[in-house]
Design a protein around this ligand. Structure first.
Ligand code: ARG
Length: 566
């Protein structure tokens, strides 16, 4: 795509000396309304050098600029030189580009194959995959897709919480009260029950705690019985989680969870010792982070067992050695900010300069509106139930709006789940938010169903057109205000994806899609697309195709499906 900012800067640069093109590019502004032009460069800065008033400078420069293909004219308004894009030329280069790039439209090869690790979701085995996990799962998956789209070779990792003292508890509890059949029939709730019961008993009875510690230690030592039970608990839990991942269309390249690092721990401990970073404290080992104003974390307990943080240190070293990452991203809630600051600092103290490439991407909390879901399985709200409920409610809406739709169930799945994902990615990730059905499932306003519906509308128009798409059209026919607004939005897509990536903020893309859909609908309600006039139709169809492509590519980056009929 032509970069109009650069072009404007270059034309301006031919008229003034002593300022670099890069500096001028930095100075380019987008005027608040398009009547004032599409790009503007202010002249205040040159008043001193040229010994002239900014208004005079801008007048001078705009008179001298020879606009060429890219701009229709350059006009001064006060101290600004305003550039008006040549709309016909703009339309042609943009629409041809979308047509050529198709599912790649919006991408840039920034990564050039470099490796990025994106860790997300990472639920705890034997515990519910609850509504709180939705955020890491959905935001993480989108970040994963955005990096891929921008040319990075991404390794998506699910760092399962499949290790730690709680497994000692589960094993002890199972040995006391476990019912294999009940668990297999209804794994997570049954395992949760065992866990809760054990915790309650352990409050009363110290022996339980010792027993749990004993069994975790045995697990770490490779005791056959402990290993088998643990593996079984892990298998039944994963079957449950995979159902959710399947609903969300999410795939991981690696499920190396916490347990994966158990045999890599002695090396970490040894290394920390050799680098004089371990300090003894009441029989246990800590790293002293006092001087960095952080509490000093426990690295190894007095009984020799390791901790969550130790496993994170081991995991990062393993990832560097295995993938040689350019960036190592962790999509984990902001409650764990301190944990990440601590271990990344420790890795830095160990002398690894790649500590700076480990990035914690935190997010705020989600809460449910009162009465959102009856919690028949206890206090926790299962993610799967939320998704199923969304699909169910969407099916009701479809039955109402479009009862003869083919494959209603399939469409309801894509729309219902898409609606939840869209809400999830609608705001700045750090913001806490409250989930509400009304907001999520509405076909109006800034929602998933609204943009999917707009997408389906573009599909329907393109279906009706029946002829081959053609880029050999009269581009002056799509230069009206509404059309131009759409095209200017489209043109910014790749920059938006790029900032989404740099800031790990998918919501820029969500907002872009809403904006584009609204502009397209304004155009659609105002002008017929399939008309009697063949040339006019051809040009509007190509514009519709471009919108269709950008919405699809955008939704794909959010992990949202795009049904062609709704
Ligand atoms: N399993 C943890 C939890 O559910 C999240 C793991 C985060 N990732 C990490 N590398 N520590 O809270």
């Amino acid at each position: 795509m032509i970069d109009y900012k650069v072009k404007a800067a270059e034309l301006f640069g031919q008229q003034v000396e002593g300022v670099s093109i890069d500096e001028l590019i930095e100075m380019v502004e987008i005027p608040p309304n398009s009547e004032m032009g599409d790009y503007a460069i202010p002249c205040f800065k040159f008043a001193k050098i040229l010994r002239k008033a900014p208004n005079m400078i801008s007048e001078d420069i705009s008179n001298k600029i020879a606009t060429g293909d890219y701009f229709e004219k350059a006009v001064n308004t006060g101290p600004y030189v305003n550039f008006f894009v040549n709309k016909k030329f703009f339309a042609e280069s943009l629409l041809k580009e979308v047509f050529d790039k198709k599912e790649k439209y919006g991408s840039k090869d920034i990564g050039q194959g470099r490796k990025v690790v994106v860790e997300f979701s990472s639920p705890n085995i034997a515990k519910p995959f609850h509504i709180g996990h939705i955020r890491t799962t959905v935001i993480g998956n989108s970040i994963n897709k955005i990096y891929r789209f921008m040319g990075f070779d991404v390794v998506a990792i699910n760092h399962l919480g499949d290790y730690g003292t709680q497994f000692g508890m589960l094993i002890s509890a199972y040995k006391k009260w476990g019912d294999k059949e009940a668990i297999e029939a209804n794994p997570i709730p049954e395992l949760l029950k065992l866990y809760i019961k054990f915790n309650a008993e352990a409050e009363e009875n110290e022996e339980y705690k010792d027993e749990a510690r004993y069994w975790f230690k045995e697990l770490e030592n490779g005791n056959q019985e402990a290993l088998e039970l643990w593996q079984w608990i892990k298998d039944v839990s994963l079957t449950e989680f995979n159902r959710v991942y399947k609903m969300l269309n999410i795939e991981f390249d690696s499920y190396a969870g916490e347990s994966f690092y158990s045999d890599k721990m002695p090396r970490v401990i040894k290394e920390l010792e050799e680098k004089n970073l371990l300090v003894e404290s009441q029989g246990a080992q800590i790293v002293d982070l006092d001087e960095f104003n952080m509490p000093s974390p426990l690295i190894k307990k007095s009984d020799g067992s390791t901790l969550y943080i130790t496993r994170d240190i081991a995991a990062s070293i393993y990832r560097k050695e295995t993938y040689d990452f350019y960036k190592n991203i962790y999509v984990v809630g902001s409650q764990q900010n301190l944990h990440f600051q601590q271990w990344i600092k420790i890795v830095e103290l160990m002398g690894y300069d790649w500590a700076k490439d480990c990035v914690h991407v935190p997010f705020g909390m989600v809460s449910l509106e009162e009465g959102t879901l009856s919690t028949r399985k206890g206090r926790v709200v299962f993610l799967e139930d939320v998704l199923n409920k969304a699909v169910e409610k969407t099916l009701e809406i479809i039955n109402d709006r479009n009862p003869n739709l083919e494959d209603k169930e399939e469409v309801a799945k894509k729309v219902g789940i898409g609606a939840v994902l869209f809400q999830e990615l609608y705001n700045n990730r750090i913001k806490d938010y409250t989930f509400s059905w009304e907001k999520t499932l509405s076909f109006e306003g800034e929602t998933g169903p609204y943009v999917q519906y707009t997408y389906a509308r573009t599909c329907s128009i393109l279906r009706k057109y029946q002829e081959e798409l053609d880029t050999d059209i009269d581009y002056s026919l799509v230069t009206g205000d509404k059309e131009f607004e759409i095209m200017k939005t489209l043109e910014g897509f790749s920059d938006i994806v790029e900032s989404s990536m740099n800031k790990e903020e998918p919501f820029y893309i969500t907002r872009f899609i809403v904006d584009l859909a609204q502009k397209f609908n304004r155009f659609y309600h105002n002008s017929q697309i399939l008309t009697e006039d063949k040339e006019l139709t051809k040009s509007r169809i190509l514009l519709t195709y471009a919108v269709n492509t950008a919405i699809r590519n955008g939704l794909q980056l959010l992990g949202i499906e795009t049904p062609e009929r709704m």
